[in-house]
Design a binder for this molecule. Structure first.
Ligand code: SF4
Length: 355
């Protein structure tokens, strides 16, 4: 996969675009003015590997919460302002590391110009986030289709920023349709070298939403498009981060943390492996080193089928086999197998990864 070269834009201390890694971000779903709840959720997101976070600023009390939230978190904070350009200006003054505006909602060009001037003054970036659901009225007719309309709207603001000699912009053109999203980003990527924030908007509940996001984001990344990703799911935003890492790991873009391979089970399975896989997933979750761990439902085919795994368990009716790179190294009773696997994983990381 050859990644398209884009400009580097700094968001707080995080680099987006250029040669920087593809950055994972999310958005809180707490009331932003409830500082404790918002900070608590951001800390959970940080622990899961979130690298920058967006908060909604619908009211003045949300705006006023920015300084206190900033003080208590360790990743850049992005203020999402929908309708009131004045809030964008004030969010910047209150310390937001980036502001996201939706051109369809902010309205008049003069208001956007004021925001650009303020970003220039404070040296912070701006995301121009065009969304299919809230396209500027000028582009709503879509004579050439939705994807083209999204890109035309984004281009209008790229032109405005460029004319004002402002280059710290990150762009997004999201739709809830996977195909429209892919089409829009492909067109946009041909038109600009500003970094792109990619994602399928309003993707839905965790299972369908993860599938849509994996397809939309994955296909774009495979084509070298995208500098920062957001998986949009209905539910706990921590799931967005986990899903984002699975996408990047599956494409071997960022190998972080354990990858658990588990077989679908079949008529050869004599032990319910679901709970075992869940327990191993929970116990290994915090590991940052890239390691492949397999949990297989039979001792005959398991190790061979999971030959690519670094460490694994093949669970037979009476015993479990612990294997390394597809070769059996030990046997254990079921009661011991999870603890023994965890110890072997720690040993493997020590010997083979961290040295
Ligand atoms: Fe069936 Fe064994 Fe393959 Fe699992 S590893 S699918 S139990 S043959």
């Amino acid at each position: 996969m050859e990644r398209k070269k884009t400009r580097l834009v700094k968001v707080g201390n995080v680099s987006v675009g250029g040669n920087a890694p593809i950055i994972i971000q999310s958005m809180t779903n707490t009331m932003t003015h409830d500082v404790d709840a918002t900070v608590n959720q951001i800390k959970k997101l940080e622990n899961a590997g979130c690298e920058m976070v967006r908060v909604a600023i619908p009211e003045e009390k949300d705006l006023l919460a920015i300084p206190e939230i900033k003080k208590r978190i360790d990743i850049p904070l992005i203020a999402d302002v929908h309708f009131l350009s004045d809030y964008a200006l004030r969010a910047i003054d209150l310390g937001a590391d980036k502001v996201r505006i939706n051109p369809g909602n902010i309205g008049k060009e003069s208001k956007v110009k004021q925001i650009i001037d303020k970003c220039k003054e404070k040296g912070i970036p701006l995301r121009i986030g065009v969304n299919a659901g809230s396209l500027h009225k000028k582009f709503r007719e879509k004579p050439h289709g939705l994807a083209k309309a999204l890109v035309e709207s984004a281009k209008e603001y790229i032109r405005l920023c460029t004319e004002m000699d402002f280059n710290k912009i990150i762009l997004s053109v999201k739709a809830s349709s996977v195909l429209e999203t892919i089409e829009a980003y492909k067109l946009l990527s041909e038109e600009t070298d500003f970094p792109l924030h990619i994602g399928v908007t309003e993707a839905g509940l965790p299972v369908p939403g993860s599938v849509k996001s994996a397809l939309g984001i994955g296909i774009l990344l495979y084509q070298g498009i995208g500098d920062t990703i957001r998986v949009s799911l209905t539910g706990d935003p921590v799931l967005e981060i986990e899903t984002a890492y699975y996408i990047l790991r599956s494409l071997e873009i960022r190998k972080v943390g354990p990858e658990i391979i588990s077989c679908p089970t079949c008529g050869r399975t004599h032990y319910d492996i679901n709970d075992v896989v869940q327990e191993i997933h929970t116990k290994l979750k915090m590991i940052k080193q890239p390691i492949k761990v397999a949990v297989m439902g039979c001792e005959v085919n398991g190790p061979g089928e999971a030959r690519e795994a670094d460490i694994g368990l093949a669970i037979g009716p009476k015993i479990a086999l612990l294997f390394k790179k597809g070769r059996v190294i030990k046997k254990f009773k079921h009661e011991e197998m999870v603890d023994r696997l965890i110890k072997e994983v720690a040993k493997y990381i020590q010997e083979e990864i961290t040295g």
